[in-house]
Design a protein around this ligand. Structure first.
Ligand code: IPE
Ligand code: IPE
Ligand code: MG
Length: 241
């Protein structure tokens, strides 16, 4: 089976899962942590090199303050409980997003988790927090503009490689497969630049119910795809021989 090197996931549907059970939205987020654990495990088992999870978007700041703060507490708790286990499993943990917007305690925990797992050589787990695809592109443009202002770079030299190199996932190959749970078929400002050629897989399963079987269904979908990148199918077949 052709396994994607990089899988990106929009973990959606926690609130609806909770509502369907007469519970508060927070209960859905809490239940979703178990799906994160299962997804990290199965991704590593299947030989995926990079897993990028959308945990909190730049737009999610618009949610009620009590939901934002309960998510913050849940992240802190998850970091406290999971980092050692991830480390034992050789997972390298990285965070992407506008971390300066986060509270100081959380930034400290994030930095400690990154440092603790920095030398691990197994799955790279990127967690997107306070992340927006447009923010990522704007930040990259600003960094390039500074280099132009400093005389280090000519504006005419700016190309796709230079922009890619300033993005949050500069060191990571583009996602091969995007999974979105929760039934919506939209990108919601996730990795706009990097998803240019990702295969898209949407499922109605709500995130707290996402499990290894569902992940395998997504991998199966991916392995049946011919990735043409603009070529004809015949050209791709000829190159494969
Ligand atoms: C995704 O679940 C988690 C976050 C965005 C933090 P939602 O909270 O968006 O769940 P629904 O879409 O309301 O069901
Ligand atoms: C996308 O889900 C963000 C995350 C999963 C973190 P949302 O629930 O925020 O997306 P929209 O608002 O329905 O597009
Ligand atoms: Mg949602």
């Amino acid at each position: 089976m052709n396994v994607p090197r990089h899988v990106a996931v929009i973990m959606d549907g926690n609130g609806r899962w909770a509502r369907a059970r007469g519970k508060a939205r927070h209960a859905g987020h809490r239940a979703g942590v178990k799906s994160v654990r299962a997804t990290v495990e199965i991704a590593a088992e299947r030989g995926v090199d990079y897993l990028t999870l959308f945990a909190f978007s730049s737009e999610n700041w618009r949610r009620p303050e009590h939901e934002v703060s309960s998510l913050r507490n849940l992240f802190l708790e998850a970091l406290r409980r999971e980092v050692e286990e991830l480390h034992r499993n050789n997972v390298r943990l990285c965070f992407i997003g506008a971390r300066e917007q986060l509270n100081a305690g959380l930034i400290k925990k994030i930095e400690a988790a990154e440092a603790r797992t920095a030398d691990n050589t197994g799955l790279t787990l990127n967690v997107a927090v306070a992340y927006g695809g447009r923010w990522d592109i704007v930040s990259a443009c600003k960094k390039l503009a500074l280099r132009v202002e400093g005389g280090e770079l000519q504006s005419g030299d700016i190309d796709e490689q230079l922009i890619s190199a300033e993005l949050q996932l500069a060191q990571v190959p583009d996602p091969d497969l995007l999974i979105r749970t929760g039934g919506e078929q939209r990108v919601s400002n996730f990795l706009l630049w990097n998803l240019a050629y990702a295969e898209l897989w949407f499922t109605d399963v709500l995130w707290p119910e996402f499990d290894k079987e569902e992940f395998d269904r997504a991998l199966e979908h991916f392995s049946n795809k011919q990735r043409r990148y603009g070529h004809t199918g015949e050209q791709v077949e000829a190159a494969e021989c």
